[in-house]
Design a binder for this molecule. Structure first.
Ligand code: SF4
Ligand code: F3S
Length: 112
């Protein structure tokens, strides 16, 4: 089991989550983070830290797409352990539906 980052992280990327992770298992894309499933120790401390409520345990039903995406992108995106500024559009995009289809970017973020 691991925790996974979900659609609502896209275009928000608040990064409060990275500061609390004891094993530094977040990876940064251009406009979203993911969690490395083999590194996550299931401590759960990141879940309540996300202002966008974009982190859930992978045991919740219906998360297949996000489980796959986290595992894939964690292979190529850079590790991020330090909080960055949220994306400028974070507030406006928080809760917006259809963000994956419209805005997901596979490009890497800058990392630490
Ligand atoms: Fe890190 Fe714990 Fe969140 Fe996993 S559940 S990503 S180990 S803070
Ligand atoms: Fe994304 Fe929430 Fe972390 S918006 S960057 S999962 S704090």
């Amino acid at each position: 089991m691991a925790y996974v980052v979900l659609e609502n992280c896209i275009m928000c990327k608040y990064t409060d989550c990275v500061e609390v992770c004891p094993v530094d298992c977040f990876y940064e894309g251009e406009n979203m983070l993911v969690i490395h499933p083999d590194e996550c120790i299931d401590c759960g401390v990141c879940e309540p830290e996300c202002p966008a409520e974009a982190i859930k345990p992978d045991t919740e039903p219906g998360l297949e797409q996000w489980i796959k995406l986290n595992a894939e992108m964690a292979q190529t995106w850079p590790n991020v352990t330090v909080k960055h500024e949220a994306m400028p559009e974070a507030k406006a995009f928080d809760g917006k539906p259809g963000k994956f289809k419209e805005f997901f970017s596979p490009e890497p973020g800058r990392g630490d």
